[in-house]
Structure formats: C-alpha cells, structure tokens
Design a protein around this ligand. Structure first.
Ligand code: ATP
Ligand code: MN
Ligand code: MN
Length: 371
C-alpha cells in the first residue's frame, strides 16, 4: 500500500480499551451531536442504538486531529451508516437536522427532565410521560406516591442538577476521610469515577474505601454513615449490603455492570464556606449549603485493583473492557475479579497495570479512559 502525503492511516482498535481517549479532544461538534442521539436512544430504552452512537462518538474523541472531510474517517471502526450521515450533515451544513429535531422534541425534553430527578429511571419516566407528566412541576402537581429516593430527588432537584466541582469533590473527600479514620484508623480512601479520570466536574463524587488487613473493613459503612448523620452532614443515604459472600452463581453474569460490594448511595449536605460568610440567610433564600450526590463503596483489599478499574469508568470503557475479556480472551471481568474461563482459574492482581497485562492490553491510565 502506497502512502501519499495526505493519507492518514488509522490503526485504531475497535474496543475502547485499546485506545487512549483524553478528556479534551478535537471533534466536539461531532461528538456532541452523536452523544445527543445516544442519549435519546437511551431515553427510548433502545440500548443497541445508544451504544452504537456512543461507540461512534468515542472513536472521534480518540482522533489526534479534527475531522475535516469524510475521507478522514477511512479505516476507522464503529462508524455505522447512521453516524456517518450525521457527521456528513455537520460537515456540509454545519449541523444535523436530525439532532436539532431530536433536541427540540417534546419527548426528549420531558424524558430528560424526568430522568434528571435522582431515583427516576427510564421506565418510571416513560410511565409518567404517558400519563402526561413532562417536568418537575407536573410531577409535583400530580401528587404521585414517590419513594424516599425520588422524594429526595424532587426536594433537591436544583442542587443535584448543578455540576459538582473538583473543589467540592476534594472537600467531600476530606469529610469522608475524617469519618472513616475516626472509625477505622489505617483505612484507605480513593477518589474514583469521573474525577479520577481528570474531569473538572461531575454529577456525583465516587469513593472506594478499603483496609490493608482484609476483613477489617467489614461493618464499616453503617458506622461511617452514622457518624456523618450524627453531624448533620447527610440529607439522604441508602446502604446496599454486600451480596458477594453469599452469591453462589458468581461469576455467572460477567457482563452485568452491577457489582456486589457493600455501598452507599447518598446525598451530602455540603457547607459552602463562601455562603456561610455572606449574609445569605437574611432574605431567607439560598441556603449556606449544597446537596451533593456521593457514592461510597467498601472493598475487601484483595479486590481493590478490580474495584478501582471497575469504578473509574468511563461507562463505555468498562463495557469494552468486559467485552474484550470475554470475546478476545475467554475471560470474565467484573469489579471483583478476573476469571480465566478456559483454565478455570482466577487471575490475581494488586494493581490496574497487572489487570491490563492479564488481558493482553497496553496499560491505559485513568485520564485516558474518557471513552
Ligand atoms: P459523573 O461525572 O457523571 O459522575 P462517572 O464516570 O463518575 O461520571 P458514575 O455514574 O458516577 O459516572 O459511575 C462511575 C463508575 O462506576 C462507572 O465506571 C460505572 O461503570 C461504575 N458504576 C456506577 N454504578 C455502578 C453500579 N451500580 N455497579 C457497578 N458499577 C457501577
Ligand atoms: Mn461519578
Ligand atoms: Mn457514581
């Protein structure tokens, strides 16, 4: 094959875990459009279409330069006919009419507003939408029976839809660390999720908690949440018990993204130093605190590397890691372990690097996992 000066040969793997995907990239006009279509598919419970558009966007995120013409896409994986049509529209007309129509559509806007409430998934939103409920105001008027999570979501809707900043994530990290160390000295806290990938904002803050002496972490989470509760630092908490030990079927569903760690989905009441120092309460408005979503996961030390890899994301990166393991390596990966199906044995790892090595993949650091 002869190369001319303007030929770009792409050697890009089809799995997101084979590529380096930085946070900042050169193709946001295309990826914003494709991700809106992905989001719409997700809101319509069309998982295949959702993933297809996400994959297409992810490939463009990994490109070292902007796409300027359709020829630039030659040899790239995961770009289906539909995604190519959207890219072509943007190149030719500066925008995609399909994307604009979707953005304006009543259903998209309603589903986005309703699923934007903490505790409301696509199924619930869809049911409400069919009953004529399109936004938070409709929901409040309808006076439906809501569960505790959804009540929290309604109550703190504005706060929870405000991005969490890096500074807020750090402050919450200090609070969690203080609580954990008060109850279990020597425990280790790791910031994970989007902030570990270098994101400047997030929809929540994710933490892993472990202790180097395995077993010491047992029973820690209820105590930590109690400590926080007693100091008026929580607005909501729900602990899911560890279901790993009694699970007999494991690793039967390796592709499932749910894991079995003891964890807590919570809403913190974060005091804002700036708000407290201003006389913000004079008018009776704007409280001196902000409601922030926080996930805390307790991990036995021997599973820490797997949990870290599994909770750092991005979602598509995780999905492709598991798909790579299963389809290319005959292995089963989740946030607890890596299992070699052919040799019928677990592969141990004490770092993410070792897991990538087991999987025959080049190591990708967290900040390049923004697939
Ligand atoms: P954001 O900035 O929006 O919070 P994020 O990447 O941190 O982005 P999260 O939804 O907080 O997104 O998820 C962080 C990681 O944790 C993801 O990789 C996801 O796969 C994993 N994760 C989330 N929920 C679960 C769950 N219930 N079980 C297992 N893993 C989960
Ligand atoms: Mn997160
Ligand atoms: Mn989370």
């Amino acid at each position: 094959q002869r190369l001319t000066a303007c030929t770009v040969v792409h050697t890009m793997g089809a799995y997101a875990c084979q590529r380096k995907t930085p946070l900042e990239h050169h193709n946001t006009i295309f990826t914003d459009a494709l991700l809106l279509l992905a989001e719409n598919a997700e809101l319509c419970a069309n998982e295949g279409r959702n993933v297809a558009f996400k994959r297409a966007a992810s490939v463009l995120k990994a490109l070292p330069r902007p796409v300027r013409q359709m020829e630039d896409l030659q040899g790239l994986p995961c770009l289906g006919e539909h995604s190519q049509r959207v890219i072509k529209d943007i190149l030719e007309h500066g925008g995609s009419s399909e994307v604009e129509m979707t953005r304006q559509s009543e259903k998209y806007q309603a589903m986005k507003a309703l699923t934007g409430i903490f505790g409301v998934g696509v199924k619930t939103a869809e049911r409400w939408y069919r009953e004529g409920i399109q936004d938070l105001a409709d929901l409040v008027t309808a006076d439906l029976k809501l569960n505790r999570e959804q009540q929290t979501g309604v109550k703190y809707y504005d706060h929870l839809n405000m991005p969490v900043t890096e500074a807020e994530a750090r402050t919450i990290g200090q609070i969690v660390e203080k609580a954990v160390h008060a109850l279990l000295p020597g425990a280790e806290i790791t910031l994970t999720g989007g902030f570990r990938r270098g994101k400047k904002t997030g929809h929540d803050v994710d933490f892993l908690v472990t202790h180097p002496e395995e077993g010491r972490e047992e029973g820690l989470l209820p105590k930590v949440m109690g400590w926080l509760e007693a100091r008026d630092l929580l607005l909501y908490q729900k602990i899911n018990k560890n279901s790993y030990l009694e699970a007999k079927e494991w690793p039967a569903r390796p592709s499932s993204n749910m894991d079995r760690f003891e964890r807590c989905f919570s809403v913190f009441k974060l005091e804002c130093p700036w708000a407290a120092s201003e006389k913000s309460n004079q008018s009776g408005e704007s409280p001196s605190w902000k409601a922030v979503r926080v996930d805390i996961v307790v991990v036995p030390f021997s599973q820490l590397a797997f949990a870290l890899l599994g909770w750092t994301g991005s979602q598509l990166f995780e999905r492709d890691l598991r798909r790579w393991a299963a389809q290319e390596k005959g292995m089963s990966l989740n946030s607890h372990a890596l299992y070699d199906t052919k040799r019928k044995q677990y592969l141990r790892a004490s770092s993410e690097e070792e897991i990538f090595a087991h999987l025959g993949l080049e190591y990708i650091p967290p900040w390049e996992r923004n697939a």
